[in-house]
Design a binder for this molecule. Structure first.
Ligand code: ATP
Ligand code: MG
Length: 354
């Protein structure tokens, strides 16, 4: 996939942006608070139906306006499709190739990854981000994963409702069978995903960190126990919490650096590099599986990195052959293998530089 034309209206400080992106390298530069991150956030919203910064819709709509509208013309293996999103008082409305859809349809139409100054949280933050990391790959490489995940969420919700209601508790056993079946299917899909990504993960982290990293999947219940046994042993705890404490929604990806947990050991710059290597690996795996390009957004890639580390990150990113949109404060700080298309942004107005 390659996004050619991109329009954003009333999105944060971008009143009306309309650009033709290059299919390989793009740079958006401008002073602090000019609108660089807002521009990437708008692009990412088009491919996700939500903010990568976790911002609520109200914060994304330009102050004093009712809604925002985003539109992209996307080249999908030689065929151009329109992808549009609007959000306002009536909620999210998305159209993909003239059909209405939801967030997962957007993700299918415009696969993208982001490296921003908070990327180190993938290593240093809680397990949810690492589950999302695995699930993003699984979404693209495992056929039917979205539907499986939705079914699992439904079964989990039902079981949790049962735990909270004394009247419904007697039927827990009946729901457990379905919950266990779906949990195991999610778990198996994630394991296959990680298995298929493990070589690329190892290579990307080796290249960026110049040191070995190992990744260990933790399934969300005690290892060595069948999920049925884990559920049976935690039923009292589950009732106390009013929610299921064991299952794939509790999984994690444990990262090991020099045999010890990376998040305790590495510096923030190294955490960023490790997280970047994971993002690049995911991008590579998905590109290979889809046979299509992924859009890679690099927001202020220079942050936290010394010159050599930044050069390695950029080299690895370029090596993937993605469509790339990077931001920087200055016009020429990032060294591209060929001249990128440059855009200058000032007070929310973005213009191509001749
Ligand atoms: N909903 C909104 N409506 C109008 N303006 C907004 C809205 N949300 C944020 N802004 C403004 O958008 C401006 C640009 O923010 P943005 O984060 O895109 O800047 P940036 O160029 O990435 O800056 P930096 O170099 O510091 O990262 C800020 O001044 C911010 O106050
Ligand atoms: Mg910014």
């Amino acid at each position: 996939m390659t996004i050619r034309r991109f329009k954003a209206e009333r999105f944060r400080c971008l009143t009306s942006a309309d650009v033709e992106l290059a299919s390989d390298y793009n740079v958006v530069y401008g002073d602090n608070a000019s609108g660089k991150t807002s521009f990437l956030e708008a692009l990412a919203y088009l491919g996700r139906g939500k903010s990568f910064r976790g911002a609520p819709t109200q914060a994304l709509i330009q102050h004093g306006c009712k809604n925002f509208v985003l539109f992209g013309r996307v080249d999908k293996g030689g065929r151009e499709i329109g992808v549009g999103v609007e959000n306002g008082p009536d909620g999210l409305a998305a159209r993909i190739d003239n059909e209405s859809g939801g967030a997962s349809d957007l993700a299918g139409a415009l696969p993208l990854q982001i490296i921003d100054p908070d990327v180190h949280n993938l290593v240093a933050g809680g397990p949810e981000q690492r589950r999302r990391f695995i699930d993003w790959i699984a979404f693209h490489v495992e056929h039917g994963y979205v539907e499986l995940w939705r079914q699992f969420r439904r079964a989990l919700k039902q079981r949790n409702a049962g735990l909270r209601s004394p009247a419904m508790r007697h039927s827990l056993g009946a729901w457990d069978a379905e919950y266990v079946r779906l949990s195991k299917a999610v778990d198996a899909a994630r394991r296959r995903t990680l298995e298929s990504a493990s070589d690329v993960l190892a290579r990307q982290s080796e290249n960026l960190l110049e040191g070995g990293i190992s990744f260990e999947y933790s399934q969300g219940w005690a290892s060595g126990l069948e999920l049925e046994e884990a559920l049976a042993s935690s039923v009292e705890r589950d009732i106390q919490h009013g929610s299921t404490q064991t299952g794939p929604h509790r999984a994690d990806l444990k990262l090991r650096y020099d045999e010890r947990q990376a998040k305790r050991l590495v510096s923030r710059g190294q955490q960023k590099l490790l997280a970047c290597s994971m993002v690049l690996a995911a991008t590579e795996v998905v590109q290979d599986a889809l046979g299509q390009r992924v859009l890679l957004l690099l927001d202020d890639p220079a942050a936290e990195l010394d010159r050599a580390a930044l050069a390695r990150l950029l080299d690895q990113s370029f090596g993937l052959g993605c469509q790339l949109v990077a931001t920087s404060l200055e016009k020429n700080t990032l060294n591209f293998p060929q001249t990128p298309r440059r855009f200058h942004v000032e007070h929310g107005v973005i213009s191509a530089v001749k």
